[in-house]
Design a protein around this ligand. Structure first.
Ligand code: SAH
Length: 224
């Protein structure tokens, strides 16, 4: 009787260990593949980066939910599908120089870095930048450079970039970002005020080509 009771007590006292690995695999199988994410390198990155390390502790159990999550004041970690789609559109190759605007949690930066890119990421909010640096270090992505600054200015120091990924929406594409895009480079950016659209911009032979991909909802890229 006593051992049985003890067994029950112990089982009840243990908090269940969340199986983030299978949640991640389910996310890929149910939320990415069926919606047309086909780039195997992107799928591999999404299958390996531990998203639970980039969300607030109280939201860990929901880290792989099919929706964005709040990570701070005027900041959300995008829905996994949107992260995968933007990463796929940016067509990042190993060794590419990539600029991200809107570090937030650091998750998108970690995914870009897992593709072998050199990543610089800019965040306006110093507290978020600090948290992101910590999570990036913990998950082995300490090579990602987190810069506290205004994304409207881009980061001229390492320009031009092969890809620029913007994860907050300005009303118009900032001029500085256009100028910091390399020849042949790709920019993925949500644009618009009330109605936003995810836009893909390619610089080819000095000309900027635009393609609107899909309606989206991002937090605003705040003016300085
Ligand atoms: N890519 C992030 C999500 C970003 S949410 C992730 O993977 O978690 C958008 C972020 O843009 C917020 O953290 C917000 O603080 C930041 N932001 C807003 N305006 C900005 C600006 N002008 N410059 C840099 N960052 C800005």
């Amino acid at each position: 009787m006593i051992p049985l009771l003890l067994g029950i007590t112990l089982a009840a006292a243990q908090t269940p260990t969340p199986d983030h690995g299978s949640a991640r695999a389910r996310m890929v199988a149910q939320d990415l593949l069926p919606r047309g994410i086909t780039d195997t390198r992107v799928l591999r990155a999404m299958s390996t980066v531990p998203r639970e390390e980039f969300v607030p502790a109280e939201l860990r159990m929901e880290a792989y939910a099919d929706r964005p999550l709040p990570i701070g004041p005027q900041a959300t970690i995008s829905q996994p599908y949107i992260v995968a789609r933007m990463t796929e559109l940016a067509d990042v190759q190993p060794g590419d120089k990539v600029l991200e605007v809107g570090t937030g949690s650091g998750y998108q930066a970690a995914v870009l870095h897992s593709l072998g890119a050199r990543v610089w990421t800019i965040e306006l909010n110093p507290d978020l930048a600090r948290g992101a640096s910590r999570a990036l270090r913990k998950t082995g992505h300490e090579e990602v450079q987190v810069i506290v600054g205004d994304g409207y200015d881009g980061y001229p120091k390492h320009a031009p970039y092969d890809a620029i990924v913007v994860t907050a929406a300005p009303p118009e594409v900032p001029k500085a970002l256009m100028e910091q895009l390399a020849e042949g480079g790709l920019m993925v950016i949500p644009v618009g005020k009330d109605q936003q659209v995810l836009r893909l911009i390619r610089r080819r032979d000095g000309v900027l080509e635009r393609r609107d991909i899909t309606p989206v909802r991002f937090v605003p890229l705040r003016p300085r």
